[in-house]
Design a protein around this ligand. Structure first.
Ligand code: NAD
Ligand code: UDP
Length: 312
């Protein structure tokens, strides 16, 4: 099949491309390199099944493809809040353009949505039926409201234009290739510990997240894309940790002497988050297989290689 991956030079997009290329598909990677990096797809650049297009999805594009995995959008609060208007444009105009493309060429369309659509949830764990608690005017709204309207667009194209959609809600995912300056918690803590700097816990660290390793997530993507279920489906690891527990785990793995310091909690930071993955289990026969300790070890190894750090 000929498959388009938007945001393919990013963290998750590049892992997805590895899977698709290895399976023998033709892959077109489309990226504007805002948070993506050519290094992530370097191994495929000379492959005749691979094509790279530098393009911003807020502009339309004409391509002939069978499937579209739509991932283009900065995912870290630091990067999506840097230019919030652009984040809204990417989610609204970008998703509209990609759905228009899917409609024209009758491609199956996969939307990378997010657990952020649940906002600061007052239901725990979060199942797909929960409609969320999102602040529409807060600092995170460009991203979480952006993804909510992206879901709306996908379902309206499905109902109105019969576009064949799949919608996944991704919970916090980590792994090799996250940028050193990504700004999300796992990469921040690893980089800080490797550099001998204090680990910065925002607030008292009692807020929780559930961390999924990248390879588990990508397996879930492939299963959903090739299933008959439209979604939305939560894909994530239900193992729930406080941010302080995560800091301690990273510290103990890299540098037991590293200091943990506290910084102010950003506004609207969700208090807790854990996926209910009953749907993924029953409909896709999917569940995560990589425990946090193992995934962290693999991620730390990757950061060490890239940062040229000798083991502390
Ligand atoms: P990432 O920032 O590494 O990747 C995003 C990619 O999209 C980058 O390569 C970036 O350059 C590209 N991009 C951004 N705006 C673009 C535009 N206007 N035009 C073309 N390309 C553009 O982030 P990621 O973690 O790989 O996330 C990928 C997708 O998964 C995003 O849609 C994100 O919202 C979603 N997601 C990720 C997580 C997670 O924990 N990693 C959680 C929930 C949802
Ligand atoms: N966080 C932290 N220190 C950091 C970066 C993030 O304590 O250096 C916290 C952040 O406040 C949030 C959690 O870690 O409570 C997860 O943050 P991230 O940005 O990774 O993801 P999101 O908040 O979007 O789930």
């Amino acid at each position: 099949m000929r498959i388009l991956v938007t945001g393919g030079a990013g963290f998750l997009g590049s892992h997805l491309i590895d899977r698709l290329m290895t399976a023998g598909h033709e892959v077109i990677c489309l990226d504007n390199f805002y948070t993506g990096n050519k290094r992530n797809i370097l191994q495929w650049l000379d492959n005749h099944n691979f094509e790279l297009i530098r393009h911003d999805i807020t502009e339309p594009i004409r391509l002939e493809v069978d499937q579209i995995y739509h991932l283009a959008c900065p995912a870290s609060p630091v990067h999506y809040q840097y230019n919030p208007v652009k984040t809204v444009k990417t989610n609204v105009m970008g998703t509209l353009n990609m759905l228009g493309l899917a409609k024209r060429v009758k491609a199956r369309f996969f939307l990378a949505s997010t657990s952020e659509v649940y906002g600061d949830p007052d239901v725990h764990p979060q199942s797909e039926e929960y409609r969320g608690n999102v602040n529409p005017i807060g600092l995170r709204a460009c991203y979480d409201e952006g993804k909510r309207i992206a879901e709306t667009l996908a379902f309206d194209y499905y109902r109105q234009n019969k576009v064949d959609i799949r919608v996944v809600r991704i919970f916090n995912t980590y792994g090799p290739r996250m940028l050193e300056n990504d700004g999300r918690v796992v990469s921040n803590f690893i980089v800080q510990a490797l550099q001998g700097k204090p680990l910065t816990v925002y607030g008292d660290g009692s807020q929780t997240r559930s961390f999924c390793y990248a390879s588990d997530l990508i397996e879930g993507f492939i299963r959903l894309m090739n299933s008959d279920y439209v979604g939305p489906v939560n894909i994530g690891n239900p193992g729930e940790y406080t941010i302080l527990q995560l800091a301690e785990a990273v510290r103990d793995m890299i540098n037991p002497n590293a200091e943990i310091i506290h910084e102010p909690l950003p506004s609207d930071d969700p208090r807790r988050r854990r996926p209910d993955i009953t749907k993924a289990k029953t409909l896709l026969d999917w569940e995560p297989t990589v425990p946090l300790a193992e995934g962290l070890k693999l991620t730390v190894e990757d950061f060490r290689k890239r940062m040229g750090n000798a083991p502390i």
